[in-house]
Write a protein that binds this ligand. Structure first.
Ligand SMILES: Nc1ncnc2c1ncn2[C@@H]1O[C@H](COP(=O)(O)OP(=O)(O)OP(=O)(O)O)[C@@H](O)[C@H]1O
Length: 262
């Protein structure tokens, strides 16, 4: 199989929609109606427990709606298992199999078979080079830093090459400078692949850095959506401003936050 680092499947831009989706965990109930535009980066924000991870898990297929539909590219994926959905997901941690090499962990994005041919090894090496990990193919996850492990997870996303990418606070445990590097890497991959990215974060500066749109969740519902620029000036929804804290002229000092998105 030949692989190109440019990707193919991800060039197909797909909308992600939740059509009157309801779901509950015991007393926590959720109702989601939303459409996330194809090929854009949406920052998913909201208080702890508002349902951000639940929203992503419903889209990925790790949870099943009680009622309503999840549509990806207009197709109801209700009967499609997570592995067959056109989706990749990266979590805050535990994205990698501890007993497998970096190379094998990346290759799992493409195939469950761990038998790699020469062309496969080249594809993995290309993906690792793209995320700044050239030459680390044979390491085990424990021989990497936290940031490097998340880079391996992003290399796997490159090989998986799906048009939708769900990021559940993937860089929350990294320091600010490293977080910026990782966000810039995601933004760079987005420029190349144009995936539809939903990115959960509690950090306004992270949302501001790469988010084109914002969806604000509150008490199990999507309380507001819109362009990030609207959220980060005074015209943003009140509940959102209360959540991130209004520090004067602009929200959360966002005038100081470099907007790195390309
Ligand atoms: N597997 C589960 N079983 C039972 N309740 C759960 C489960 N997962 C989440 N919940 C509950 O559902 C609610 C929403 O959780 P969720 O993880 O989606 O919130 P979140 O907005 O991502 O929060 P955080 O910002 O803290 O990560 C919470 O009250 C949580 O306790």
């Amino acid at each position: 199989m030949t692989t190109t680092i440019k990707g193919a499947a991800a060039q197909k831009r797909l909308t992600v929609a939740l059509d009157d989706v309801s779901f509950s965990y015991g007393e926590s109930s959720f109702r989601f109606n939303a459409e996330f535009a194809a090929g854009r980066i949406t920052a998913i924000m909201g208080p702890s427990g508002s349902g951000k991870s639940t929203l992503l898990n419903l889209i990925a297929g790790f949870e099943t709606p009680d009622t309503g539909k999840v549509l990806i590219g207009g197709i109801d994926v209700g009967d499609t298992p997570p592995s067959a959905r056109p989706v990749s997901m990266v979590f805050q941690e535990n994205n990698l199999f501890a007993h497998l090499s970096v190379e094998a962990n990346v290759w799992l994005g493409r195939s469950p078979s761990l038998k790699l041919g020469d062309a496969d090894r080249i594809a993995v090496a290309e993906a690792l080079a793209r995320v700044g990990l050239a030459g680390k193919e044979k390491r085990l996850p424990r021989e990497l830093s936290g940031g490097e492990r998340q880079r391996v997870a992003l290399a796997r996303v490159l090989l998986r090459d799906r048009p939708v990418l769900l990021l559940d606070e993937p860089f929350a445990s990294l320091g600010p400078a490293l977080r910026e590097d990782m966000l810039d890497l995601v933004a760079g991959i987005h420029v190349e692949r144009k995936m539809t990215i939903l990115f959960v974060t509690h950090q306004p500066e992270d949302a501001r850095r790469i988010g084109q749109d914002v969806a604000f969740l509150d008490e199990g519902m999507i309380a507001a959506t819109g362009p990030a620029d609207d959220f980060f000036d005074r015209s943003g929804p009140d509940a959102f401003r209360r959540y991130i804290g209004d520090q004067g002229g602009t929200v959360a000092g966002s005038q100081h936050i470099a907007r790195k998105r390309t």
